[in-house]
Design a protein around this ligand. Structure first.
Ligand SMILES: [Zn+2]
Ligand SMILES: [Zn+2]
Length: 212
């Protein structure tokens, strides 16, 4: 199959990555490239099971969050396998962690971000126009430019020798909620009037615990 983008780097996203992401934009490929480089740096493979973790520092409400789909596609550390947890720092960076091989943080260099921001793509984005409504040649122009930049012009790379993360211990134990009758995994079980209940039936405030 003919590649849509000519490249001098090998870290180009597979065609299906845009299918999954559902629009062509520059940030999914940047995240993909970052994820591939992090795997290479750590000497790790795309994660088949549950042994590689990504902690993106992106927040919400800024367009670069598309990077996280690229990171998942490259590393196999997906949201659905609970291998990705956002820190919501609102930064263009992520830490990649393999329990045996260590951790590395990749961030986008400010000069790269500034240069990229001059492309016509962002004129549209700043008007609130969604990527899929931006002319394709405008989108591909900035994607091609990104691929033309050498790694060292795009990314800052930092070893994180002290980084640790303990994933929760897996368990199949589940109990039926005494109110709604639905199954709830025991780690999320609450007690109400001496009976096991799920969180929504407990009347407690919903709390989301992200352990890292
Ligand atoms: Zn996108
Ligand atoms: Zn319930």
């Amino acid at each position: 199959m003919k590649r849509r983008f000519h490249i001098n780097k090998q870290h180009i996203h597979p065609e299906w990555a845009f299918e999954f992401h559902a629009h062509e934009c520059p940030f999914m490929p940047i995240g993909y490239r970052m994820g591939k480089l992090a795997l290479e740096y750590l000497g790790a493979e795309k994660e088949a099971d549950h042994g590689f973790f990504v902690f993106p520092e992106l927040g919400e409400g800024h367009p670069q969050t598309c990077m996280m789909d690229g990171m998942q596609i490259a590393t196999g550390a997906t949201y659905g396998k609970v291998l990705m947890a956002m820190t919501f720092y609102g930064k263009l960076a992520a830490t990649f962690y393999h329990p045996q091989k260590g951790a590395v943080r990749y961030s986008l260099l400010p000069d790269f971000v500034d240069a990229m921001g001059k492309f016509e793509f962002f004129v549209y984005r700043k008007k609130g126009i969604e990527p899929s409504h931006i002319p394709l040649n405008v989108r591909r122009e900035v994607i091609q430019w990104m691929y033309d930049q050498p790694d060292e012009a795009v990314f800052k790379v930092e070893a994180k020798p002290d980084f640790t993360y303990k994933p929760v211990k897996g368990s199949f134990n589940k109990t039926k909620c005494s109110v709604c009758g639905e199954y709830v995994f025991d780690r999320y079980l609450r007690m109400k009037d001496g009976q096991p209940v799920c969180i929504p039936c407990s009347g407690y405030e919903k709390s989301v615990l992200i352990e890292r």
